[in-house]
Design a protein around this ligand. Structure first.
Ligand code: ZN
Length: 288
């Protein structure tokens, strides 16, 4: 059943859990995530990041995501991840997305406020909800290829006082905060500052906090993050890696001289992603 971002976050708040939010830039990952959520009977967020346009256009996968959400046996929000321009946000809303993230985290504060406000107006007209970002996590969604080890230099932790002002001025439904996580593969052990999350929650009157960069965070840290007030966890890199590893194993298992069939590789990847997502979702819902 297709629901808004606000709807799934309300469920998360009531249950004191975090909802998993997974990028689905292909049919296999989409089926894996919906299958995992239905298996666990948990609400879920499927999302498409603007920076994945070069992999597959939102025009192609967006309507398929919306249809899959409508048919699902659990509440599903179809969300735009890291929308960078207002035109692109509108495109997602026109396709029927029920949540949009406006990422103005690299802009000056005032400009971030101004654009986020516009995003909120646009979303309200479409009956959708808005996530925004304050502070910087250093790398964007496609940052997995960064091997320079320089991510910490551009990371700016969210200031809880500024977050309170930002939420008041923009009326957003969820806030992505920077408290030590990064996108992509962690080059060093993540050190998370849960006080940032707790203080943002306290000073904003309980805004649902979004954690980006969920791949590579320990189970213990996930549990601490949820306890501190994280209600949405973005997770993609490890799921994508699980699919890739399964595909490589599938190809390697074919005997010399025998043909490799693409459909078999895709099925192996889908199964592996489903298993990986199921484990992540169970952890975010404090079931393991
Ligand atoms: Zn992100």
């Amino acid at each position: 059943m297709l629901v808004t971002l606000k709807d799934v976050l309300t469920i998360a708040e009531q249950k004191k859990i975090a909802v998993g939010s997974f990028n689905t830039p292909n049919l296999e990952s989409l089926q894996a995530v919906i299958g995992a959520a239905e298996g666990l009977k948990l609400p879920v967020i499927i999302q498409f990041a603007q920076c994945h346009e070069s992999w597959l256009s939102i025009d192609v996968i967006g309507p398929i995501m919306v249809e899959a959400a409508k048919k699902a046996a659990v509440p599903v929000c179809v969300h735009l991840d890291h929308g960078e321009t207002l035109d692109y946000l509108q495109k997602a809303l026109d396709l029927g997305f029920t949540g949009i993230m406006y990422d103005g985290s690299t802009l000056p504060y005032e400009e971030n406020v101004e654009n986020t406000r516009k995003a909120k107006e646009m979303a309200e007209k479409a009956g959708a909800s808005v996530e925004a970002e304050l502070g910087s996590m250093g790398r964007r969604e496609s940052g997995a290829g960064d091997k320079t080890g320089s991510q910490d230099e551009t990371k700016i932790y969210t200031d809880p006082d500024q977050a309170a002002e930002f939420v008041r001025e923009t009326g957003v439904d969820a806030l992505a905060c920077s408290f030590g996580t990064v996108h992509g593969i962690y080059l060093t052990e993540p050190r998370l500052d849960f006080d940032v999350v707790k203080n943002v929650r306290r000073k904003t009157g309980g805004i649902p906090v979004v954690m980006h960069g969920g791949s590579g965070v320990s189970r213990e840290d996930f549990h601490l993050a949820v306890a501190a007030g994280v209600r949405k966890i973005n997770y993609f890199t490890y799921m994508d890696k699980a699919g890739g590893t399964a595909a490589a194993d599938c190809i390697a298992s074919v005997k010399d001289g025998m043909p490799v069939f693409f459909s078999q590789v895709m099925m192996a990847a889908r199964e592996a992603m489903k298993k990986n997502v199921q484990e992540a979702m169970a952890t975010f819902a404090l079931q393991n």
